[in-house]
Design a protein around this ligand. Structure first.
Ligand code: 4AD
Ligand code: MG
Length: 462
């Protein structure tokens, strides 16, 4: 028989075809002589309605056993539906059960569960409407990212997960070691890393950028898209310890061109998801945030605002509201400031450049004022920072000075400095936090609910 996904079936005509569908029971309604099942197989948000009556084998038995969560195979004919809500339904001739789901203990019953509750059952939550929709949208967003870069000739590079360089220099690296924890070898009172697996201290990457730069300075335009790790202690709705990052890096590119790419990139992705995920997006717009579709449509059209950090500070200083964190030139912009700028002042994405050197990483290009660097942050309403990037320091002496002044060891960066000694070119890039993107697109409040298995401080279950 003809096995179909529910997504395919719902697009078909009711032509009495014999069909096989496999999935999980969402609900059952029964009467003495016939019953309805709603089956979902994850191929789309919609369920397939199955109608079955006393003519099928084991009718009485089935009506008892087919509870929410039971996995089934249904054979039947596709007919047009009498009820509202769907155009076709399956008239079952046979229903076989793969696995029961005891209604006494199965945690997902037909009601709304809180996201907190669902996080504790991350092994079952992909079977809910919200999380399955999130996972389908994640899939579409990943494809949109590859399409965008591939259409423009960028080369997809795989940067290492284990590395010895802390790109952001913020000391948030998870350590990777095979040294025995209960008997760490010492040399003059310090850990002897020469005896560790790699002969030096290593950790999980916080960013693929530095290796991305190596490849951009040979291949032109490249991008990475992989997992990154940060030992984040901040317990917020937008930080994970393991998240995915998309990082393009472009040779012969300055900060202005970098901004153009970032803006075109986000707009492309938003348009893509509106076109390819209509059913799931309608779901988010109805149940999660009634403004998501309107916001994405609006942003795909609008020119992003472009201001400097200094201008941003002026706007914030002039604000009529009281911030929790004080505003002053030289201080980091906090999430409340970022939200104020995007939500109250400009009401659209804002690109902020030229931050004080003290608040940014060592690799960013110094401006002529010797106080600011060519950093770029892209802020969006509701979330704040979604992209962080910069033009890179391409001058050998400047970079060496910067490394020294931050008390970093130039020997550790010899290869990075070499890129500035041999055939150096202006280059720039940025990193998009993939989960922040999923949050923004779906309207989901908490970053833990847009990744199947969140890792946060104190939590790495499943
Ligand atoms: O601003 P960040 O730290 O920039 C970099 O890592 C650069 N090396 C990128 C580059 O230029 N190639 O991080 C980039 C983005 C942030 O804007 C944010 O969206 C996301 O990564 N991000 C996180 N997402 C989830 N959880 C965390 N703990 C995150 N930290 C950063
Ligand atoms: Mg940043």
């Amino acid at each position: 028989m003809n096995q179909k996904s529910i997504k395919a079936l719902l697009g078909m005509k009711a032509d009495q075809q014999d069909i096989v569908v496999k999935g999980w029971v969402r609900t059952k309604r029964e009467s003495k002589t016939f019953s309805f099942l709603e089956i979902n197989d994850g191929s789309c948000l919609s369920n397939l309605q199955v109608i079955f009556d006393q003519n099928i084998p084991e009718y009485a038995n089935l009506t008892v056993k087919l509870t929410t969560g039971t996995s089934v195979k249904v054979e039947g004919r596709l007919v047009s539906s009498q009820g509202g809500g769907q155009s076709v339904e399956l008239q079952a001739t046979l229903i076989a059960i793969y696995g029961l789901a005891d209604p006494e203990t199965y945690p997902l019953q037909k009601k709304r569960h809180s996201f907190e509750f669902l996080r504790d059952i991350a092994h079952l939550r992909p079977r809910t409407n919200t999380i399955s929709a999130v996972l389908r949208v994640r899939n579409a967003l990943s494809m949109a990212i590859h399409h965008f870069f591939q259409e423009r000739g960028f080369v997809y590079i795989h940067t290492p997960i284990i590395t010895s360089s802390d790109c952001e220099g913020s000391g948030e690296m998870f350590q990777v070691t095979t040294l025995p924890m209960d008997k760490v070898p010492l040399n003059a009172g310090k850990v002897d890393y020469t005896r560790d697996f790699f002969g030096k201290r290593t950790g999980l990457t916080v960013s693929g950028q530095l290796e991305g730069e190596i490849c951009a300075l040979a291949l032109g335009d490249i991008y990475t898209f992989g997992p990154t790790f940060r030992a984040e202690h901040s317990n917020t709705a937008r930080h994970l310890a393991e998240f995915w990052m998309v990082e393009p890096e472009m040779a012969f590119c300055d900060i202005a061109q970098n901004m153009d790419v970032a803006e075109a990139f986000l707009k492309y992705i938003f348009a893509y998801v509106l076109e390819h995920c209509q059913e799931d997006m309608a779901f988010f717009n109805h149940w999660v945030d009634k403004t998501v579709i309107r916001t994405l449509e609006h942003i795909s059209q609008e020119k992003f605002e472009r201001i400097t950090y200094t201008e941003a500070v002026k706007k914030l200083a002039a604000a009529k509201i009281e911030f929790e964190f004080p505003v002053a030139w030289g201080k980091d912009l906090q999430s409340e400031h970022e939200k104020y700028l995007t939500e109250q002042v400009y009401k659209k994405p804002v690109m902020i450049t030229d931050y004080p050197k003290t608040s940014k990483a060592f690799y960013m290009k110094m401006n002529a004022d010797d106080k600011t660097v060519r950093a770029l942050d892209v802020l969006v309403p509701r979330l704040g920072e979604i992209i962080g990037g910069s033009e890179r320091e391409n001058d050998y002496e400047q970079l060496l000075n910067r490394i020294k002044s931050l008390n970093l060891n130039p020997a550790d960066y010899h290869w990075y400095l070499d890129l500035r000694r041999y055939g150096s070119v202006p280059h720039a890039g940025f990193g998009l936090g993939f989960e922040r993107l999923v949050q923004f697109v779906t309207g989901m409040q908490n970053i833990r609910d847009v990744i199947p298995f969140p890792r946060t401080h104190g939590s790495a279950a499943f």
